[in-house]
Structures are given as C-alpha cells and as structure tokens.
Design a protein around this ligand. Structure first.
Ligand code: PLP
Length: 435
C-alpha cells in the first residue's frame, strides 16, 4: 500500500461518500481499512483480520481469491476484456447462457444480461410491460410487490421496494406499486395469500407482474416465508394472466440450500433475476425468461426490446460466471451447504436462549437473530445492532447488521473451523451486548 492507514482514513473523510452510511456516524468511527482478502477473511492495514460474516454484501459465495476465478479472469482479460453485445456475439456470453439455463428451473430458455441486480429488476419491469403492450394489452402496467421487499436501488427497483427508509425520500418520483402483505405471522401465509389473491384477480387487467424475493427477504432482516406461498402464487398469477418475477439476486446460488430458492417451491417463474454471487468478482446480472415472453418481442422493429446496458454480457464477467458454475459442480458447493446449515442451526438455537434475543431463524447458509430493542430501536435506524457489530469487530468478525437484526451469511465454502469461530463470535458478541 502506498498510503499509510491514517492517510487512507483522512482522504476518505475528505472525499468519499459511502453507501447506506450516515456521514456523522461514519466520521466518528475508525473504519476497517481493508488491504486484501483471502478465503473467508478480510485483512486490515493494521494487521488484524476479520471473518467476512456477510460474504462482502452477499457476493463472495466462493470466498475471496479463489485461484480458479483469478485465472479465469486473467485468461479472459488477455483475449477479450470488453466489447458490446449489440450486433456482436462472443463465446463467453453464449456458453454462459447455456450453462445458466442448464441449472435454471425447467422452462427458462432465454438470458438477457445486465450490469447488476438492480438493473436485472428494471429490465424485468420493462420486459413485462412491453411484452403486454406487444400483445395488445397496453393497460397492463402496474406491479404488485411485498411489504418489506428489496429489489435494488435504481428508481425502478426502488419503486418496487417496501422498506420505508429506502423509499420515503424518493416517493415523489417512484412509480405506483401495489403493496401486498408479507406472507408470515400467526396462522401462516393463508391470510396474506387471500389478500394478494384478491389484488391479482381484481386487478388483472392492469397488473403486469407480481415481483417477489424468492423464499427469503434479505434486506428486510432475513425474513423467510413458506415455499407453499410461492407455489400458490405461481398458480394464481398463471391463471390471471399476470407474470411472476422472482428475484434470486440474493437467494440464488445455493444460499438457501438449493441452487435457486424457487426450487423449494418447485416452480418456474416467468422471469428470474440474478446477480451478486453470479460472477463473484465483478458486477453482473441477468434476467432469465421463457420462450413465450421472448416471442412476444418478435415482428416489426418497434416491438423489439430497445434496452441494454453498456457492460451487459461483458466477457470477463461472463467467463467468471461460467467458472463460478463449474466450481459449484466440481466442489459440490450446494451439498456443502446442506451439511453446514446444521452447524448454523445449532448455533442459532443456542443464541435463541440469550436474554434480549427476541427470535432466531435459519435457512441454508443464513442465520439471523432479532434483538428485543432496549434502545428504542427502529428497524434500520436502530442502534443495538451496531453495538453487536462493534463487539464482533473487536473479536475478529465483520458483522454488518440489518437494523436490530444480526445475521450471518458467510461464504458457502467457508472452512468448518472458520464457521465455528464466526458463530462463536456472534454468540459472544450478543452476550456482551445484551449483558
Ligand atoms: C442486492 C439485491 C438487489 C440489487 O442488486 P445490486 O447488484 O445491488 O444492484 C436486488 N434484489 C435483491 C434481493 C438484492 O439482495
């Protein structure tokens, strides 16, 4: 590193603006200054290291510095690092599409590449609306999304979002979205399903699509719902002639114990959005859809999807995304999750016993604990989670909370000993905070 640690911090305070970070809080903390990462660890310039408790914002499902990913990136960079995908095609893009469709739910047959998760969602929005316009149904322009939903931060994706702090400031520029209840709570999902059922049946002439995160709402605080709800939603939307868009940007790539979370429900959506773990090291996203949707864009030129991002299908991203899928096969990554989720389950059962922990839950490589708020916590703006963050940091783990929800979402290939250490740190940090 050319700069000293303190120079990095000084320049940061002078010039940087961080995502999801209140400036005053930031300036009052000594940040982690990461210089390198390896496996499940982030290394600070001061020599300390941190277990990456959230896979660096849910991306590093294969940990950091996987040698096969590094060589795939290098090899692709040497031959073809970037070119457009309009009027041009290339091997990494077509082979990746083939590989993705081989693992994807049966019936998906077309891949459209984007830059990241948010743009995959925006694409799905436009794809749905124009697909109906092309079918002579121009009034089908509305969307239904769930309470607590998070689908990204572009204006389109924010419109679908149901976390208040993320949308309130922009309310004036967001498109209208019908909000349906999150399918959980007393009595299971039955009542929530009844509500969305009424919405969809009554609004089917104006609704283009229902959009849901698959099985788990990440940003809302790692909330899970019954796969049976997704199964019923599939039937409901199909019968009503409404598209079902499933957001697998977070829940895909084995995070919940199956390659795609919608496999828990055994369904095929009309559009499946992916990103995050997809290409491991560089931004990339995609929407996978059916031949039926694709075919509605045939015909005169104005019927085409006049849409695309500069870096869509980038060869380096595509080569990486292919190598990711190959590593999933060769290292049996999803099978590893089935074994490790038992370890996470056991740890969170212990954590549930800590006084001040309100509830815990787990699925696949996700474990979460809600803290009974002692400090007048307020969802994302609550302070208790950040006290656990500080305790965990002192003990060697990076554990960014979701408000007063503490969670782990480590690399899927984390070493067992590192997983034990991480879970031990979570437990100790919670005990220290709630003492
Ligand atoms: C992160 C996320 C997105 C947005 O992805 P970006 O790559 O940040 O644009 C969309 N949906 C879900 C469920 C996510 O977790």
């Amino acid at each position: 590193m050319k700069l000293s640690r303190s120079d990095v911090v000084r320049l940061d305070r002078e010039h940087l603006w961080h995502p999801y970070t209140p400036a005053d809080t930031w300036e009052a903390t000594d940040p982690i200054v990461v210089v390198r990462a390896e496996g499940s660890y982030l290394f600070d310039a001061n020599g300390s290291r941190f277990l990456d408790g959230n896979s660096s914002w849910w991306v590093a499902a294969l940990g950091h510095g996987h040698p096969r990913l590094l060589s795939a990136m290098q090899a692709q960079a040497k031959t073809l690092a970037h070119c457009a995908l309009a009027g041009i095609t290339h091997e990494p893009a077509v082979l990746l599409a083939q590989d993705l469709l081989r693992t994807a739910p049966q019936g998906l047959s077309r891949v459209f590449y984007t830059d990241d998760g948010s743009t995959a969602i925006d694409l799905a929005v436009k794809m749905s609306v124009q697909s109906f316009k092309n079918r002579g149904m121009p009034h089908k322009t509305r969307f239904v999304a769930l309470d607590g939903a998070f689908h990204g931060d572009t204006v389109g994706a924010t419109s679908l979002g149901g976390v208040d702090v993320f949308r309130t400031p922009y309310a004036g520029v967001l498109f209208d979205c019908v909000r349906a209840d999150f399918p959980a709570g007393e009595g299971g999902y039955a009542r929530a399903f009844e509500t969305i059922s009424d919405i969809v049946k009554q609004g089917k002439d104006s609704i283009a699509a229902v959009v849901v995160e698959s099985i788990v709402q990440g940003s809302a605080g790692m909330r899970f719902y019954d796969p049976a709800y997704l199964r019923e939603l599939r039937t409901l939307t199909k019968d009503a002639g409404v598209l079902l868009i499933v957001d697998e940007v977070f829940s895909g790539y084995g995070r919940t114990g199956t390659m795609w979370a919608c496999e828990h429900a055994g369904i095929t959506p009309d559009i499946m959005c992916i990103g995050k773990a997809m290409s491991a090291l560089v931004p990339m996203g995609a929407a996978l859809t059916t031949e039926a949707v694709f075919n509605t864009f045939r015909g005169t030129k104005d019927r085409a999807l006049w849409y695309g991002h500069t870096f869509c299908g980038n060869p380096i991203g595509a080569a990486l995304a292919r190598e990711v899928l190959a590593i999933y096969d060769d290292e049996r990554i999803v099978e590893q999750v089935l074994r490790k989720e038992k370890i996470i389950a056991k740890a969170f059962a212990r954590i549930a016993e800590i006084r001040g922990v309100q509830s815990t839950r787990h699925i696949g490589m996700i474990g979460a604990a809600d803290l009974a708020s002692l400090t007048g916590g307020n969802g994302y703006l609550g302070g208790l989670g950040w006290r656990v963050y500080d305790e965990a940091r002192r003990r060697g783990a990076y554990l960014r909370p979701l408000g007063d929800t503490i969670y782990v979402c480590p690399p899927l290939n984390i070493e067992d000993t590192d997983l034990d250490t991480l879970l031990g740190i979570v437990e100790e940090s919670l005990r220290a905070t709630l003492r």
